[in-house]
Design a protein around this ligand. Sequence first.
Ligand code: AMP
Ligand code: MG
Length: 469
Amino acid sequence: MHIPFDNSYAALPGAFYTRQKPTPTKSPKMLCFNEGLSKDLGISDASEAEALAVFSGNEIPPNAASLAQLYAGHQFGNYSPQLGDGRAILLGEVIDSNNLRRDIQLKGSGRTPYSRGGDGRAWLGPVLREYVVSEAMHALGIPTTRALAAASTGEDIMREQGLLPGAVLTRVASSHLRVGTFQVFAHRGQVEELKTLTDYAIARHYPDAQGPMGLLEAVCTRQAELIAAWMSVGFIHGVMNTDNCSIAGETIDYGPCAFMDDFHMGRVFSSIDQQGRYAFGNQPNIAIWNMAQFATALLQLAENKDAMLEEATAIIHAMPEQIEAAWLRRFAAKIGISHPKAEDTALAQDLLDLMQKSGADFTNSFRALSGDAARDQFTDRDAFDAWAVRHKARIAHEPTPTATMDAANPAVIPRNHRIEQMIAAAVAGDMAPFARLMTACATPYQLEDTALAKPPSPEEIVPATFCGT
Ligand code: AMP
Ligand code: MG
């Protein structure tokens, strides 16, 4: 198999990573391989056997970098001075068919010097969850890492639930630079490395950005857009630690993430998020907090601290408005408005308030708005009817409200209960539910598999999701 590696991270000084080979696995089996993405990446002549050997970690392809990246990060608000790829290995980078540099990384491929107490492995459940959800996000048009392959390892690993089948995910990202990658050098006072990293990030992602503050501004803009995009599909990341916050602005590190069924601003799924720090409605605040940590790290580069602090403060203070503007653009489209005015915020927000009071299904309520069955989703029909009168008057001025709504409101998202059912089947050796979910989520704005658009029945509800570790 030929992977046209063009590695830039491995050319950085050794302080950024440790060379590390994946740990071979006993009897790997390919569960899923993303042919389309592999073509985009220029991967050619991949026989099934070769792809399996490489994407299970059993064989290192020629010219691979094979390294574990160093980073740190704030986890639930507390600083951990050293994290790093504890179970991931960067195979290398390729320039894709759009001339973009992409990382190819194995996840679950064995221990590294950053594993701390962990086994370096992942189990099948979170691997398939990340596969489905990241590819669904991509199909929804939301910036995300991608899934190239999932292979089972043939080895069981120990988790809270007992022995579980191990698996390796191959993921593709614009890069794996995180806020935490900057934090590790800033906190250690390694200003030279911080400068090298800043120059590297600018060259790789934002070539027009001027210096550290230009970088900060560009990343804030991407993060603001990303959070609004998540919220527009009812997505809850679940672990927005600074080590899971991508400089490229992609959704990264899918752990206990979930799409909401019945709408609530305070919805939390992650079993470890006891305080609701990463609740649905708190995601804008956390993105801003994360960007403030990024700014703090970059301040170490200042020649004139006061001037840079002032600039950084202005950039961070602009974020709430940026997120609100992105939110309004997204939610206005969801109710059929293509050129929103400030007062449309209230119209969209009032609908969300009604949804919350009714426990209405987020995806289906929005999807139904372009038809005539939306009111069935609400318990207080009179309140909905009153809202619908205002809505009708507003969209009367819109050229194509129905098309605007249908393009902004997916019919299918990978619902939690479907993911759990898919994982249970995969553990039992049945990959058909995985394939079915992947097919439906590949064209989320078309409804073909109507059963997958249904909210869970009471006994199907999955109240909590668990970390992928
Ligand atoms: P996450 O919450 O998955 O983003 O992981 C947080 C940190 O824990 C990262 O440094 C991971 O590499 C590390 N980690 C998670 N699971 C494992 C594992 N099974 N073995 C070693 N390190 C892990
Ligand atoms: Mg992580």
